[in-house]
Ligand binder design. Structure first.
Ligand code: TYD
Length: 214
């Protein structure tokens, strides 16, 4: 793999379930690689131990203690724990060795989703306060109806949050969360995620190309 001097760039793709974050993360990875960069594409929930727990809860294979539902605050902490572990074990070392890192979902997802499920956005922000800030977060904005249509077309089994009424609330949650990240001084860009995937990919690559290297 190509290595270069200096720290890599840390870019996050965000949006509703069905907004295209996974596709666009992959396409950005390919574009950066084609431009000769070392790049690592990753996702949250991560492949680490806390991420594995989160996935089981999302797939409704793991509940809370004594057979109850999983507590929303406990799940918010698990997402935050996964993020810190992912950042320490995988993201930071890659950036340090000069790799660009592309992450499918990060703190903005917790602000949007767990901000809603816990009703306490300030607390969710606080428990994520130690997660290293990305150089850029790109939000792919789509109408909840479009995202739902894409999820149905993909034919996957709906997970915990993949319910139409909840996704409409998440769409509003994202708008609040975007403001919050901006106020915290983070760099956030919004793109129209309804555009065809190659067009969105061009715009994503354009935003990343304009990012100054550290
Ligand atoms: P998703 O990217 O949809 O994973 P997959 O495509 O493999 O199913 O993410 C899983 C779900 O987790 C999605 O509904 C968003 C949610 N999520 C949160 O609620 N908070 C978070 O901090 C993260 C990272 C994801």
């Amino acid at each position: 793999m190509t290595r270069r001097a200096g720290r890599g760039r840390f870019v996050v793709l965000e949006g509703l379930d069905g907004a295209g974050t996974t596709t666009q993360s992959r396409l950005l990875g390919e574009a950066l690689r084609a431009a000769g960069r070392a790049v690592h594409v990753t996702a949250e929930p991560s492949a680490g131990p806390a991420g594995a727990l989160v996935r089981q809860v999302l797939q409704q294979r793991l509940g809370g203690g004594r057979g109850g539902g999983f507590d929303p605050h406990a799940l918010a902490l698990l997402f935050a724990a996964d993020r810190l572990d992912h950042a320490a074990a995988e993201i930071a070392p890659r950036l340090a060795e000069g790799c660009d890192v592309v992450c499918d979902r990060y703190t903005l997802s917790s602000l949007a989703y767990q901000g809603l499920t816990t009703g306490d956005l300030a607390w969710v922000e606080a428990i994520n306060g130690r997660a290293p800030a990305p150089d850029l977060t790109i939000f792919l904005r789509v109408r909840p109806g479009l995202a739902l249509g894409r999820r149905q077309a993909a034919g996957t089994t709906p997970e915990l949050y993949e319910v139409a009424a909840f996704q409409r609330r998440v769409a509003r949650g994202y708008e609040r969360a975007l403001e919050r990240l901006r106020r915290a001084g983070q760099r956030v860009e919004v793109l129209d995620g309804a555009a065809p995937a190659p067009r969105v990919a061009e715009q994503v690559a354009g935003l990343v190309a304009r990012l100054r290297r550290r």
